[in-house]
Design a protein around this ligand. Structure first.
Ligand SMILES: [Zn+2]
Length: 557
């Protein structure tokens, strides 16, 4: 029987139902029945997570729907209560002298994660957590409501992407002008939201006994095996090995086009002949993706069929839909869900190669012992998604047509490299912001402008005044909604590129190692997962240098 998304039932919890469920788990702990307590607690967390994921998904599907908005507000107001109950149970478990039993029942890594979690919460920050969620939602709605006139159409920010990548330079310029005019028009509110977010995060950190938000931010991302110093070293690796390479690639492009200068709006046109686009619309791509996964590996093919037939894909762009793409999951059902906004560009292909990697990992991990292991921490989760982007390279004919496959691979590889300096800049910016929580909005824009010169010295905004004054970061959702989660993509990119190098030598070996890594889910921290797949840690000297060397030889620069 096919599992259908429409059949997923997730009862709405209340403050009372949460308290009752936790009292029952507490009673099992009182009796010293660890396996029963763990099973009951795990079932309760899965039910809560499934409900919360559904509510957030429905809001993203229609950010203007009053019912979806009310449900999301309710979920956001309930989340601190749920966290409070959870943390209380984690504290009790960690205080249990019988650690051996808990390691057997829940796993040693789960205990490490919980030890991290309990340091991120105290009932005294509940109101701050609610405010943080409200501010993030405000940012999402503000950007989702963008309505821009271009080329005789009205589009939102996702719909602007094809224009920003147009082979026609004037159209690209127009698109960037429209985008930054929208951000400039809301600049004051964007500054206000972020000022409030930084203030509330800093306040939470102080309440919990931290000097600044940074160590709390790392703990909230459950980073148990590396810290800011490792990340700073990695950013430096990107500056040394990647920035000069991207600089050369952009100079090549400038010369190829005969431009006197390469402007900001030229950066998105990676292929001089026009970025290869998908061969068809939604229905064509879904069918082609099915063929691609069937050819790659039976497990990938069967899983994609299950998602498609069960209604676990929402890929079309619509007015009012939140921007971007993501994969979410309902741990009571086991099948994850992919949300995206097709726009007719190569970005649509990323839905099948990137989000499908997340979804497949979650599915492969479904038999892990507890909910904590269904997803790895984010930087490891992005290895699962970004590696699949590279592992699908040999089958790209199916998505862009035989004539464009090689051009697509080249474009993707250049895009992956060019992303790294931007990604570490977003990370470095946040470290400076949270180190100086009292900085004014103008000072934050100046911080961005200074770091941008360090990591992307080629950036030339021409007469686009808003980003030229340091406003580019305000278009980045993660900076508002997911602090410190951006370096994860760059760390994972270094690992994904190692899979790419391996697949060039032995495709079957690389694919097997990839699928085995997906199956391990979140059962170990980042470093141990990387190690288990035979990858070099991005933090170790030479890891980035090696993949960049291979990329340089393939690209001939
Ligand atoms: Zn991802």
């Amino acid at each position: 029987m096919t599992l259908r998304f429409a059949d997923i039932d997730a009862p709405k919890p209340t403050r009372e139902s949460l308290k009752e469920a936790h009292a029952a788990i507490g009673a099992l702990l009182d009796r010293g029945d660890q396996p029963a307590a763990f099973a009951a607690w795990d079932a309760q967390r899965r039910a809560y997570e499934s409900w919360s994921a559904l509510v957030h998904l429905r809001f993203a599907q229609n950010t203007q729907d009053p019912v979806a908005i009310a449900d999301r507000d309710y979920a956001d107001s309930l989340a601190p209560e749920a966290t409070e109950c959870e943390v209380a149970i984690k504290r009790r478990i960690l205080a249990d002298p019988d650690r051996t039993t808990w390691e057997r029942v829940a796993g040693a890594h789960a205990l490490r994660l919980w030890a991290c979690d309990i340091e991120t919460f105290d009932p005294a920050i509940k109101a701050d957590l609610e405010e943080e969620a409200r501010l993030s939602a405000r940012y999402t709605s503000l950007l989702a409501a963008a309505s821009i006139e271009i080329g005789g159409q009205t589009v939102n920010l996702s719909g602007l992407v094809p224009f920003a990548e147009s082979p026609d330079r004037a159209v690209r310029y127009q698109a960037e002008q429209a985008r930054w005019a929208f951000l400039a028009a809301h600049g004051e509110e964007l500054d206000r939201i972020y000022t409030d977010l930084v203030r509330v995060r800093h306040a939470m950190a102080r309440t919990l006994g931290y000097e600044t938000y940074t160590p709390l931010g790392y703990k909230r991302l459950r980073r148990v095996d590396y810290g800011p110093a490792d990340v700073a070293r990695y950013r430096e690796q990107v500056r040394t090995h990647v920035v000069p390479l991207v600089s050369r690639l952009l100079e090549q492009r400038r010369v190829a086009h005969g431009w006197d200068r390469l402007r900001f709006w030229d950066e998105a046109l990676i292929d001089p002949a026009g970025n290869p686009a998908p061969t068809g619309d939604h229905d064509v791509l879904v069918a082609q993706a099915q063929t691609l996964f069937d050819r790659m590996e039976p497990r990938l093919g069967a899983f994609f069929r299950l998602m498609n037939e069960g209604g676990f894909l929402d890929l079309r762009n619509r007015p009012g839909k939140a921007g971007g793409g993501f994969c979410t999951s309902f741990p009571t059902a086991g099948v994850p869900y992919i949300f995206a906004n097709f726009n007719g560009t190569h970005n649509d292909i990323g839905v099948f190669t990137h989000e499908m990697g997340h979804a497949f990992q979650n599915w492969e991990s479904r038999n892990q012992p507890g909910i904590d292991y269904l997803w790895p921490t984010m930087e490891a989760a992005e290895i699962n998604s970004m590696s699949l982007e590279f592992l699908t390279y040999p089958h790209m004919e199916l998505m862009v047509g035989a004539g464009a496959a090689e051009r697509f691979r080249r474009m993707h590889l250049i895009g992956a490299l060019a992303f790294l300096p931007y990604g570490v800049c977003v990370d470095h910016f946040q470290h400076e912001v949270y180190a100086r929580p009292d900085a004014t909005a103008e000072e934050r824009h100046a911080i961005w402008a200074r770091l941008e010169r360090l990591y992307m010295p080629w950036t030339d905004y021409g007469d686009l005044a808003y980003p030229a004054k340091g406003g580019r970061w305000q278009a980045k959702h993660h900076i508002y909604a997911s602090p410190f989660y951006y370096i994860d993509y760059t760390l994972a990119q270094c690992c994904a590129m190692q899979f790419w190098v391996r697949a060039r030598r032995n495709e079957a070996e690389a694919l097997d190692a990839y699928i085995a890594l997906c199956g391990r889910g979140g059962s170990a921290p980042f470093g141990a997962l990387v190690d288990s797949a035979g990858l070099m840690s991005p933090f170790s000297a030479g890891a980035l240098e090696d993949v960049v060397k291979e990329a340089r030889s393939v690209l001939g620069v």
